[in-house]
Ligand binder design. Structure first.
Ligand code: GLY
Length: 425
């Protein structure tokens, strides 16, 4: 089978790696990929946003299956373009990807289908006075969100009303997120521990992956600026079996039924970001794809042949899929460039990759890397993640950190407390 993976981050390296392990020996193409994916398949110099270029590639190269990793091409309608020409794709249509692409849409959707989430109101570009008045009436802490895609930076948690007014000004007047801030959602702050549930769905049926937990802040103890995610682990014990059943009944199933009723059935990977509040699980946000770095722990945990799983998903045959978990726990630790998530230098040589990959039950997933001659060099903020697995979380973490110790590049930074919340439970 000839498979195209769209994207170039750690998540796409993990997808490529999971497919490369298949006994079906698929031929893999990654657009654009990174230095890690290049060792498993063929990197293709096409941007994930180039719908026409990707369609032409799928047609010219007789690609059997396309898997779309990041949110931007999904929201841009890549799946619609490929499916219109009869190609098999894993990912939601643009209309379904609005669950991530428009917070105004997703909040109205949750209200309509009685899916538990924070109370909210939406304001459009010219309504800053009304938005300020609403924030004032609600009081702090409060959350201000740009409705559109903002590379993970569009949700601002405000401890005081002054911060809320500043966030509204930044989004609505300074246009810090451009058109993503054409609508603004103001929502109540939710207290609790965050975790994520991932469902693979063909629109009607779904199968669940183990619940996972990301580490969004750059600093240990969840301090400092938000990042794309500095590490993850699964299963996340904050979501017990009973709570997972509740998430399915109150959130996943009404979401799939609601999207069907809206005329845009949701197919692909549904990522539900949850807050485990004292009133039960509530939706923080939906995402229309695998999490990054959650994919780097979830894909290795599953014993199934991922070529078959993705193929069944694309062909809406999920009744044939029963996921088997291969290990007790998995964890990954992200190594980032010094200065990330603000400005950082690129082009530093990375050493120790092969050494780290020799650790049993561990793998290095590259993200911001580039091949320069015979060296792999840094080329992004999140440079790579060491993923590892074992019978239990401590074992997985020990292996992941052993890998991190073997890798170095100038100014490398990583968190030393990945998985701590899970260990503490
Ligand atoms: N782990 C955060 C994200 O993928 O958006």
């Amino acid at each position: 089978m000839r498979i195209l993976i769209v994207g170039g981050g750690g998540r796409e390296h993990a997808i490529t790696w999971a497919l490369a392990r298949s006994p079906q020996r698929p031929e893999l193409f990654i657009a654009p990929g990174n230095a890690g994916t290049q060792r498993l398949g063929t990197n293709v110099a096409l941007a994930p946003t180039d719908n026409e270029g990707l369609l032409a590639f799928v047609q010219q190269e007789a690609i059997d299956l396309t898997i779309v990793g990041p949110e931007v091409p999904l929201v841009n309608g890549l799946v619609d373009v490929l499916e219109a020409e009869g190609h098999a794709v894993v990912g939601p249509s643009a209309a379904a990807a609005r669950l991530e692409g428009s917070k105004a849409f997703s909040k109205a959707f949750m209200a309509k289908y009685h899916i538990p989430t924070a109370s909210y109101r939406t304001f459009s570009a010219g309504e800053i006075a009304a938005a300020r008045a609403y924030a004032e009436a609600q009081g702090a802490p409060i959350v201000i969100k740009a409705s559109g895609l903002a590379a993970g930076k569009g949700a601002i948690v405000c401890a005081t009303l002054a911060e809320a007014y500043a966030a509204l000004h930044q989004i609505m007047e300074d246009r810090a997120f451009g058109a993503a801030g054409d609508e603004v959602v103001i929502e109540a702050f939710m207290e609790g521990e965050e975790a994520s549930v991932f469902a693979l769905t063909d629109g009607e049926r779904y199968v669940l992956l183990p619940p996972a937990q990301d580490h969004k802040r750059i600093g240990e103890g969840d301090t400092g600026l938000n990042t794309g995610g500095m590490g993850a682990y699964a299963p996340a014990p904050v979501i017990t079996g009973g709570l997972l059943t509740q998430v399915c009944r109150e959130i996943i199933e009404p979401t799939l039924a609601g999207m069907m009723q809206e005329g845009c059935p949701y197919r692909g990977v549904l990522y539900v970001g949850l807050m485990m509040t004292s009133e039960g699980p509530k939706v923080v946000e939906y995402n229309c794809r695998f999490g990054d770095p959650e994919a780097q722990v979830l894909l290795p945990m599953i014993a199934n042949d991922w070529v078959t799983v993705f193929d069944k998903l694309a062909h809406r045959q999920l009744q044939d899929v029963r996921l088997e978990t291969a290990v007790g726990a998995a964890a990954c630790v992200v190594m980032a460039s010094g200065g990330y998530p603000e400005s950082y230098q690129k082009g530093y040589a990375i050493t120790g990759l092969d050494d780290a990959s020799r650790i049993d039950d561990a793998v290095v997933f590259e993200a911001g890397t580039r091949q320069k001659g015979d060296q792999v060099v840094t080329s992004g903020g999140r440079v790579l993640a060491v993923s590892a697995w074992g019978d239990h979380l401590q074992e997985a973490l020990d292996r992941a950190y052993a890998g991190v110790e073997r890798i170095s590049f100038k100014d490398a930074t990583f968190r030393r407390d990945i998985g701590q919340k899970g260990l503490n439970r």
